[in-house]
Design a protein around this ligand. Structure first.
Ligand code: NDP
Ligand code: PMR
Length: 389
């Protein structure tokens, strides 16, 4: 059936790049913004709206010789067209136990990527999702619901990082691109799909939001990308205490100015806080496992595509030989696949990491990324921003 869907998809699919489009909508006068410093409220997104994508792959539970067996799990992975998401999709597809919905903004790229890693057609379906457009998120959810598939695991993996941007760029709805894509798009997606997960009869239902090193509790990881003010003055390496002000800056300080590395880090902190808030609100009631992870430093992925060439050249050997924090895309994919399917990783509300021997353990989040009051605030404000209240 998936094969059929995959064959049908290209003709029904319209390729569009709202992310790219919205990224070009710069406004140099937008360094200070209201309600959220990541919101540019006066944007009209109509010109950038996504066309509906008709994807209605039918679903039939697995049966062997008329006997019902444990069916294939269905997992949605956002950003499965490259890096960690692709490696995870590959690792899961190889087990034959999973059908992977590759939720991506570029169909052709994703199809090529799936083929290049040898994924069998019957193990995946590509569905269009541009997280930089709330309309696209809603359309994706509609399309998925129409497919009739159950939803067993959702992996919020996609992200953008704009380490060299001089000015902020915006999503179709006018949010700063990193927070809008990495956090708000995923927030809406997971909220809209929660009921589907509740209804699933799968033995272990999971919502996984990929975290980052920026939320890890450990002083030695506090070095982050250089940040510059809007005036271009170097602020040097940002340190945790300044970053700890993110909530204030995000929601109250009208004089906040775009800082590109911080925008990414804030979005990832929002991801980690959201996972914990989901756990507090829904774990007991639904039995769903909510988890986040730091997969290791996958220094070769597209996450650094906008970095300067020298960084891209030196970052992998720096992480391999100096920090020793490097992991290959393949290894990182196996780690995330474990969080998706390993029967021993069912603990909810936790942040997984791996030690030097690649053994998983529950890591501590930084004070900033584990602040329950901040998590509640992020949840409530995000609800308003994405139109859920
Ligand atoms: P990649 O750039 O390889 O993957 C990011 C994915 O997100 C791509 O598939 C990209 O799609 C997709 N994406 C970006 N914008 C959108 C959008 N608007 N709508 C839909 N999809 C979008 O980077 P990684 O694999 O490294 O990143 C994956 C996750 O891992 C991220 O959450 C990142 O924060 C996290 N992470 C990465 C680390 C690393 O060292 N690389 C370390 C810690 C965490 P497209 O192909 O179309 O661009
Ligand atoms: Mg960082 C001590 C170990 C260590 C590890 C495991 C990482 C991972 N980094 C470490 C240390 C350092 N880094 C040090 C000492 C420096 C100063 C030279 C440094 C610099 C640095 C930069 C400029 N590191 C970076 C950047 C980025 O632009 C990356 C970033 O912050 O993206 C938002 C980054 C990262 N370092 C990591 C990891 C995993 C990243 C990717 C960010 C993420 O986890 O989401």
């Amino acid at each position: 059936m998936a094969l059929q869907a995959a064959t049908l998809l290209p003709s029904a699919f319209s390729i569009h790049k709202e992310g790219k489009l919205s990224a070009s909508l710069k406004d140099s006068g937008l360094f200070g913004v209201s309600l959220s410093d990541y919101v540019k409220a006066d944007f009209t997104s109509s010109a950038l709206q996504t066309k509906a994508v008709a994807t209605t792959p039918a679903f039939t539970p697995a049966t062997v010789q008329g006997k019902k067996t444990l069916r294939q799990g269905t997992v949605i992975i956002t950003g499965a067209s490259s890096g960690l998401g692709l490696a995870t999709a590959k690792a899961l597809a190889e087990t034959g136990k999973w059908h992977i919905i590759m939720a991506c903004r570029d169909f052709l790229k994703t199809e090529k990527a799936a083929k290049s890693v040898g994924m069998a057609k019957e193990n995946y379906t590509i569905m269009h999702l541009d997280l930089a457009s709330l309309e696209s998120v809603r359309q994706f959810v509609d399309n998925f619901k129409r497919s009739g598939r159950p939803l067993d695991v959702l992996v919020c993996n996609a992200a953008v990082y704009q380490p060299t941007a001089k000015e902020p760029s915006f999503t179709a709805d006018g949010f700063e691109l990193s927070v809008g894509t990495n956090h708000l798009g995923h927030f809406l997606l997971s909220r809209l799909l929660l009921d589907d997960m509740k209804e699933s009869d799968f033995p272990s239902k999971r919502l996984i939001i990929v975290g980052s090193i920026t939320g890890m509790k450990n002083k030695k990881y506090e070095y982050v990308g250089r940040e510059r003010t809007a005036k271009g003055q170097s602020r040097g390496l940002a340190r945790a205490p300044r970053r700890a002000e993110w909530a204030k800056q995000l929601f109250h300080d009208r004089r906040w100015r775009f800082r590109r590395a911080k925008a990414y880090k804030d979005s990832k902190v929002c991801n980690m806080l959201t996972m914990q808030e989901f756990h507090r609100r829904y774990h007991e009631e639904t039995g769903i496992t909510f988890a986040s992870l730091y997969p290791g430093c996958i220094a070769t992925t597209g996450l650094f595509r906008e970095h300067i060439p020298l960084f891209r050249l030196l970052f992998p050997p720096f992480q391999k030989f100096i920090t020793k924090g490097f992991v290959s895309e393949e290894e990182a994919g196996k780690r995330l696949a474990q969080v998706v399917s390993d029967p021993s990783l069912t603990k909810s509300g936790v942040y997984w990491s791996w030690n030097k021997d690649s053994a998983s353990f529950v890591n501590q989040l930084s004070e900033e990324a584990s602040d329950a009051e901040k998590a509640r605030k992020v949840w409530e404000i995000s609800e308003k921003l994405v139109g859920l209240r």
